[in-house]
Design a protein around this ligand. Structure first.
Ligand code: A3P
Length: 299
């Protein structure tokens, strides 16, 4: 187990953003303070929204979507960093431009990003029947990835020790709330709304197939060669070296030397972190919290 090593890497809490609650969901304080504006965001019918629980494969999906829209043109996808190409609607870290400001200044058709649980999604997305792509990741890998992300990202609270983080994640006391409620809420919503529900693990197993699914959903018919090109360009190893997709462009917020944004990109890394006791505790808790859904995950 790498636990001892991770504790040694605890980082200074004093530089971190503070957090508060919006309707019971933990959020960075600036998001709480501007919640009314976020809730009243005016989506347009041709907006495409990518929604995820943090660390479920958002950036990967964003890169895929951008390349599909640009028919595999790599140069076009490198026109700007991910966070500029896809305004993150509830994101606000003064003095940087907020996600709302960015979105409002963007010409249509817009690509947008959110981590909001379904019940906190600004209603205009549903009123305008916007297409939404939701990506879910198995919670064990999701938790490990989120832990490392909170270590390196000053726009989130420091995670504490792995043991502390494990408990915080299980009780939903992390930003954007409970993983279980998030994936279940969006899963139920997909029945009534225009939501393509994808899984990180499927994208790893058969990227080309999932890329084809996304292309179909957004109404693009791409030939095999372009699909192969997109699969290659959005593979972990290629994206890790792409400065427009690896979050190396905001070093004052994300410190890639603590833990790289493009960390491992693997399924099953949780086995390197969960103790046997944590795994048992997790499984028991999971069974209870997921008893009321048809949603299943591969670990
Ligand atoms: P790990 O920390 O497990 O490596 P998000 O974009 O939602 O913040 O998710 C980040 C996670 O997705 C990180 O997981 C990151 O490495 C992984 N990821 C990013 N691009 C990927 C890709 N092309 N293939 C596989 N995983 C990718």
């Amino acid at each position: 187990m790498a636990l001892k090593k991770m504790e040694d890497l605890k980082i200074d809490e004093t530089e971190r953003i503070t957090v508060d609650y919006v309707k019971g969901i933990l959020q960075p304080t600036p998001t709480c303070d501007t919640w009314d504006q976020i809730w009243n965001f005016q989506a347009k019918p041709d907006d495409l929204l990518i929604s995820t629980y943090p660390k479920a494969g958002t950036t990967w999906t964003q890169e895929i979507v951008d390349l599909i829209q640009n028919e595999g043109d790599i140069e076009k996808s490198k026109r700007a960093p991910t966070h500029i190409r896809f305004p993150f609607i509830e994101w606000i870290i003064p003095p940087l431009k907020s996600g709302l400001e960015q979105a409002n200044a963007m010409p249509s058709p817009r690509n947008l990003k959110t981590h909001l649980p379904f019940h906190l999604l600004p209603p205009s997305f549903l009123e305008n029947k916007c297409k939404i792509i939701y990506v879910a990741r198995n919670p064990k890998d999701n938790m490990v990835s989120y832990y490392h992300f909170q270590r390196m990202n000053k726009a989130l609270p420091a995670p504490g020790t792995w043991e502390e983080y494990f408990e915080a994640f299980l009780s939903g006391k992390v930003c954007w709330g409970s993983w279980h409620d998030h994936v279940k809420g969006w899963w139920e919503a997909r029945v009534q709304h225009c939501i393509l529900y994808l899984f990180y693990e499927d994208m790893k197993k058969n990227p080309k197939h999932e890329i084809q699914k996304i292309a179909e959903f957004i109404g693009k018919n791409l030939d095999d060669e372009v699909l192969d090109k997109i699969a290659h360009h959005t593979s972990f190893d290629v994206m890790k070296c792409n400065s427009m997709a690896n979050y190396s462009s905001m070093p004052t917020i994300m410190d890639n030397s603590i833990s790289p944004f493009m960390r491992k990109g693997a399924v099953g890394d949780w086995k390197n972190y969960f103790t046997v006791a944590q795994n048992e505790r997790f499984d028991e808790d999971y069974k209870k919290k997921m008893a009321d859904t048809t949603l299943t995950f591969s670990f």
